[in-house]
Write a protein that binds this ligand. Structure first.
Ligand code: AMP
Ligand code: MN
Ligand code: MN
Length: 364
């Protein structure tokens, strides 16, 4: 596997799982489609197959600072398109292009190119898990100039910025829609492709804990696990490891945590990370520790990235729609999990967030 950061990855995707079971037989448009709970009209899927059928080269993009759903959905789809004979390149538009360490185990990373190597005007672009062109970072410009753009996403806030929308806010993850596309293309699910889709499903359902975890989600998980992937190894890669410096940065973040009425929040300036050489992406799980606070309804973590911008992660237990609050602050997301980016100070960001939260509380 090519490691974008140049560091050796500790798990070779070829070694995830014992023995390589045969690929499942392809399930094409004529075969039975697995249930997904999705409400995307058949005509939209047919148009997607038509656009893909006509394209020789397909550029794939997912949102910046990709998570398991964004990168997993993109790499799974890309591997299938390549197996079908398409020229495929995949990328994401971060200025510092590097796959986050916790996603190094995902197979199919040889599809990845830096954003500068993506054609300026792709014939066909497919975007994954991105609710707006902004979320595509540097690749927003390529998307605007692409001849056709298929947008595959599950954010309610998606602006429908493509020439074809495969958008369904009812599904738990973009990976659900990627699997549907793969089946419709007549592709087969081998263990590597299933590993990518499973990473998306397990990330966005919080390991099958969130309310988005429907019977169809478990049925999809069963199909994926049946390919022989190792759920234990994937879980360890995603959540159960970090460099030692993370503990130190975590300790400082927890030391400055505040509880104000029903809001619990903290922040991590980049100097904290610099002291231990800790990459920004290692902070992804911090919000999950902060949001466990019984006394709080809403949790927020402000993380200063390597460019000095504050990336704000927010979570709600259900009564407050943090998606709307973050959208009002220029970001987006879902009812219970959302985020935004700000160049202001911690004090100003929190003042703006508190004001919107007070309004939302009033309406609840
Ligand atoms: P995170 O807190 O980074 O795990 O993100 C939670 C949710 O908020 C995800 O669905 C993201 O797509 C969305 N989100 C996070 N940051 C932003 C942002 N800067 N702009 C728009 N949406 C965001
Ligand atoms: Mn995502
Ligand atoms: Mn997602």
């Amino acid at each position: 596997m090519r490691d974008r950061t140049g560091r050796p990855s500790r798990v070779d995707p070829g070694s995830v799982g014992q023995g390589r079971p045969p690929a499942l037989p392809p399930i094409g448009p004529e075969g039975a489609l697995p249930p997904s709970g999705s409400v995307i009209p058949e005509a939209a899927w047919r148009r997607a197959l038509d656009l893909i059928g006509k394209a020789d080269e397909i550029a794939l993009a997912c949102h910046v600072s990709p998570d398991g759903d964004a990168l997993g959905s993109m790499l799974a789809t890309g591997s299938v398109l390549r197996a079908l004979g398409k020229r495929v390149i995949a990328s994401f538009g971060d200025r510092q292009f590097a796959v986050p360490r916790l996603l190094h185990f995902l197979p199919g990373q040889d599809l990845l190119v830096p954003p500068a190597d993506v054609p300026a005007e792709p014939e066909l672009m497919i975007t994954f898990d991105s609710s707006t062109p902004d979320r595509l970072g540097l690749l927003g410009a390529n998307t605007a100039k692409a001849h056709e753009v298929i947008v595959i996403d599950h954010h309610l806030s998606n602006t429908g910025f493509g020439t074809l929308s495969l958008i369904d806010p009812h599904v738990a993850a973009t990976a659900v829609l990627a699997e549907q596309l793969i089946y419709r293309l007549g592709g087969s699910l081998d263990r590597d492709i299933a590993t990518c889709l499973y990473a998306g499903l397990v990330t966005d359902t919080g390991s099958f804990r969130y309310s988005s975890t429907t019977p169809e989600v478990h049925q999809m998980a069963a199909r994926l696990v049946a390919t022989g992937l190792r759920t234990d190894e994937i879980a360890r890669e995603l959540w159960d490891r970090s460099p030692f410096g993370y503990l130190k940065v975590l300790a400082a973040a927890l030391d400055r945590v505040s509880l104000e009425d029903h809001l619990v929040w903290t922040y991590v300036p980049r100097v904290d990370r610099a002291a231990y050489g800790l990459p920004y992406a290692e902070l992804e799980g911090l919000i999950d520790i902060v949001r466990r606070t019984d006394e709080a309804e809403v949790a927020a973590v402000l993380k200063e990235d390597d460019h000095g911008a504050w990336q704000v992660s927010t979570r709600s237990k259900g009564a407050v729609d943090v998606g709307s609050i973050c959208a009002a602050l220029g970001g987006g997301g879902h009812h219970n999990a959302a985020g935004f980016t700000s160049h202001g100070s911690v004090e100003d960001i929190m003042a703006a967030f508190r004001a919107l939260l007070a309004n939302a509380d009033g309406e609840a």
